[in-house]
Design a protein around this ligand. Structure first.
Ligand SMILES: *[C@@H]1O[C@H](CO)[C@@H](O)[C@H](O)[C@H]1NC(C)=O
Ligand SMILES: *[C@@H]1O[C@H](CO)[C@@H](O)[C@H](O)[C@H]1NC(C)=O
Ligand SMILES: *[C@@H]1O[C@H](CO)[C@@H](O)[C@H](O)[C@H]1NC(C)=O
Length: 372
């Protein structure tokens, strides 16, 4: 009897708080929907066919030239001098105890306090390199396909398929958009909330590169590898509904080396050293997109990107090639500094370290007097 009172007391105290929190979430969701989800109804501008042709020609030219081994890495090393690490392993391997720097920062910049969870997870994952056929290739050309609207109508699909490695980000779909984005996915790089729901977006040989942010992310991967269903309550720890099952085997999973996230943030974007903050990282967190570009410089000999470039001065234009979010959503978010990222990507492209195939960051194939 006596045990009951505190419980009832607690429930009575917290009930209004819980209701308020649920109410606020609801209002926030409505706000997101009304602010950002209106661009699909606007008239979609046709892409200038001339621009599309020039883009396609440009990609063909990039692919016809001879591939230069270690080109991207050497360029990055020159641009960022001793800050760019020439020999970081892109994916975490079992030998983690030999890498103390791995545990210096909290996720996603490191695995501080996650040593045991990481070890448990790694026991389930047998591989940590590229698949053998790619690994042994003398010179690899990669393209990071961003999710930007700029891909719409450029019809780069068939040329993008000719890269050795195609890296896609988060939930970006292929099905229904193959003319513009191709149908090859060598790597999908995402956190659990970004994993596509559709089984058709996964390929038997594709790699799933996980970016880990929190404890629940470890549990999610473990569940996916074991083909188990996460308990329903665990959904609370994700900021968005996560896929319940994905057709990815243990052999296909890789864990992104968080040192690459740290390198992207601190050494390349020159953000301050990561500090644990209760409310997350205010604008000091690199996007998956720019992180994937840095990953690609470690993984591949030559690196291109496509579908990058957010024009923040056009808040009511569509953001992605596949949904109806508006550019305003990028202004509304509080984690990433898109301006800084654009400046750095421009630098990489102008210096020739990476190529911009769709011209959204810096256009190499646009005529000086042309549209764009
Ligand atoms: C991509 O599409 C081409 C035809 O357009 C097809 O031959 C090929 O099998 C497809 N590849 C994948 C991985 O679906
Ligand atoms: C995963 O589990 C489901 C049942 O939940 C089963 O139908 C399916 O065959 C399993 N897949 C594998 C690869 O074991
Ligand atoms: C983003 O970074 C730029 C410097 O590159 C700075 O001027 C700007 O204030 C930052 N924006 C935000 C919202 O933090």
């Amino acid at each position: 009897m006596k045990m009951k009172r505190p419980t009832g007391f607690l429930t009575a105290t917290f009930k209004p708080i819980i209701l308020v929190v649920i109410g606020l979430c609801f209002i926030y969701m409505i706000k997101i929907n009304s602010d950002f989800k209106t661009c699909g109804t606007r008239r979609i501008h046709d892409v200038d066919p001339d621009r599309a042709k020039r883009a396609q020609k440009y990609v063909e030219k990039v692919l016809q030239a001879e591939c230069r081994p270690s080109f991207a890495k050497n360029k990055m090393n020159k641009l960022f001098m001793n800050k760019y690490s020439m020999d970081v392993t892109p994916f975490i391997n079992k030998d983690i105890s030999a890498q103390p720097s791995l545990f210096k920062y909290d996720p996603p910049f490191g695995f501080h306090k996650f040593s045991e969870k990481l070890q448990n997870l790694l026991q389930l994952l047998p591989e940590y390199n590229l698949p053998e056929d790619l690994q042994s290739k003398h010179c690899k050309r990669c393209v990071v396909v961003g999710n930007g609207r700029i891909l719409h109508g450029l019809k780069l699909g068939s040329v993008l398929n000719n890269f050795d490695i195609v890296i896609r980000l988060n939930s970006a779909p292929v099905q229904g958009y193959t003319d513009d984005v191709g149908n090859k996915t060598t790597i999908r790089m995402t956190y659990p909330e970004g994993a596509p729901f559709s089984q058709d977006e996964y390929y038997p040989n594709g790699l799933f590169v996980a970016v880990l942010f929190k404890t629940a992310d470890f549990h999610w991967i473990e569940a996916m590898v074991k083909n188990e269903t996460l308990p329903l309550w665990m959904q609370l720890f994700f900021w968005k509904q996560v896929a319940a099952k994905i057709p990815v085997t243990a052999k296909q999973f890789r864990i992104l080396n968080p040192i690459i996230v740290k390198e992207t943030a601190v050494d390349i974007l020159q953000y301050p050293e990561p500090q644990p903050k209760f409310w997350g990282w205010s604008k000091d967190l690199p996007t998956i997109g720019v992180t994937a570009v840095v990953l690609a410089t470690h993984l591949c000999d030559e690196v291109s990107l496509a579908g990058f470039g957010y024009d923040l001065s056009q808040p009511d234009t569509p953001l992605h090639y596949y949904d109806s979010f508006c550019m305003a959503a990028m202004n509304g978010q509080t984690m990433h500094n898109v301006t800084t990222e654009t400046v750095i990507l421009q630098k990489l492209i102008k210096e020739g370290a990476v190529r911009d195939l769709s011209g959204g960051i810096y256009c190499d194939f646009c005529e000086k007097t042309g549209y764009n």
